[in-house]
Design a protein around this ligand. Structure first.
Ligand code: HEC
Length: 97
C-alpha cells in the first residue's frame, strides 16, 4: 500500500554492491555491465544481451522468465530473494532505459 516503484532506487540497487551474495558476483553489473542498453557476460564468459527493452524489445515481456531470473540473480548478488518492492524498482529502472 502506498508504494510507488522508483527507477532511481532501482538504479542504485542495480549498480550498487549491496553485499550478502557470492564474492564473484557482488553486483547486477558483474554480469550485465553498468549500462542496461549494453550487453554483458555471464561468469562463464557467455554474452548476455542488453536488458533494456528499448534495445531488446522482448526484454521484460515474459513475467515468468523475469521472475525466474530475478530469483536466481538476487540470490547471486544479495544472497536472498529481492523483496516485491526491490523487484518493482529494478523493473522500473530497466524499463526506463
Ligand atoms: C552471475 C551473473 C548474473 C548476475 C550477477 C545477474 N544476472 Fe541477470 N541474468 C543473467 C543471465 C545469464 C540471464 C539470462 C540470460 C538472458 O536473459 O540473456 C539474466 C537475466 C536477467 C533478467 C531477465 C530479463 C528478461 O527479459 O527475462 C533480468 C530482469 C535480470 N537478469 C536482472 C538482473 C538484476 C536486477 C540483477 C541484480 C540483482 C542481475 N540480473 C544479476 C546473469 C546475471
Amino acid at each position: 500500500p502506498g508504494f510507488t516503484p522508483s527507477a532511481e532506487r532501482g538504479r542504485t540497487l542495480f549498480t550498487g554492491s549491496p553485499g550478502g551474495g557470492k564474492p564473484d558476483s557482488p553486483s547486477c553489473t558483474s554480469c550485465h555491465g553498468g549500462d542496461p542498453r549494453q550487453g554483458g557476460h555471464s561468469r562463464a564468459g557467455k554474452p548476455i544481451a542488453p536488458l533494456a527493452p528499448s534495445v531488446v524489445p522482448t526484454r521484460l515481456t515474459d513475467a515468468a522468465d523475469v521472475a525466474k531470473w530475478l530469483r536466481r540473480n538476487c540470490a547471486e548478488v544479495l544472497g536472498r530473494d529481492c523483496t516485491a518492492a526491490e523487484k518493482a524498482d529494478l523493473v522500473a529502472f530497466l524499463i526506463s532505459q
